[in-house]
Design a protein around this ligand. Sequence first.
Ligand SMILES: Nc1ncnc2c1ncn2[C@@H]1O[C@H](COP(=O)(O)OP(=O)(O)O)[C@@H](O)[C@H]1O
Ligand SMILES: [Mg+2]
Length: 320
Amino acid sequence: MPVPAAKQPSTESQTAVADLATELTEAGIEDVLTELDNELVGLTPVKTRIREIAALLLVERVRRKLGLSSEPPTLHMSFTGNPGTGKTTVALRMADILHRLGFVRKGHLISVTRDDLVGQYIGHTAPKTKEILKRAMGGVLFIDEAYYLYRAENERDYGQEAIEILLQVMENQREDLVVILAGYADRMEKFFRSNPGFRSRIAHHLDFPDYADGELLAIGELILAKQNYKLSDSGREALARYITARKQQPHFSNARSIRNALDRARLRQANRIVRSAADLKITSETLITIDAPDLLASRVFGQDATANSPLSDETESTFD
Ligand SMILES: Nc1ncnc2c1ncn2[C@@H]1O[C@H](COP(=O)(O)OP(=O)(O)O)[C@@H](O)[C@H]1O
Ligand SMILES: [Mg+2]
């Protein structure tokens, strides 16, 4: 972590710098950041921002110890980006960082949407929202597609009640709860415009870009490696072709589409192996390899490609 060691002359500031280095090691922050770099493909701007935030928190922690700050810092964040760009994954790591640095007691993450917070009937919303907040205390409350809390067309919508409770807790209990609002960038921007109270309580905005084709391929290989699978050379080519084709189709959701595609590819691979069990000597190489046909049978490639596949009649609602 690039925390520059200041070259100040006084003993007092030298003590502080020494503390910073100790804090850094003790909190194990460098490990989390290295893991973040290694286990998540791409996301360079996000990773840079997280390092900056971690540095800020670390300094804040030392300042607190030296009695240089008293107010609890505002740590609420917004994560904007298209589906499958890694927002939830990064939020989990952020919860870990906040916990290691002592900004939340427990470091767990509760992920919710409007339906978890807002009731259907009068009087149901406040208890629902409060119950979620109680569970999230000491950790991170991740509100996915947060803008659904606000319905401009209906001023008596129960979402408003949840918003008011959230705003209050975000202000008054910020030493014990970090709220992350997530969703599409444009809708979030609109939401903030109608609800300036939220914007003013958000300290860090992180934007998650769409992945490039090469990044999606690398993500695919990483996902498979974690499951003890790998792509054959032709399998890798097939996945690259898959990515190009899949992006043209509806409901594409970045890394999630890749994960779904690979789940189905593993299904086809298993089927292929079982069908050929009689005349194929099954080695561990056979069992760990995803080959081109396992991917090319996807309906992403159209009717012709799937005609001969036993799994061509997929009924999933997605195109993966
Ligand atoms: N940069 C990345 N590297 C590796 N895997 C990723 C990356 N981004 C996302 N994934 C994987 O893609 C899936 C969807 O990511 P997620 O964090 O749920 O996205 P979002 O919350 O933005 O919709 C998860 O299985 C996650 O592990
Ligand atoms: Mg998510």
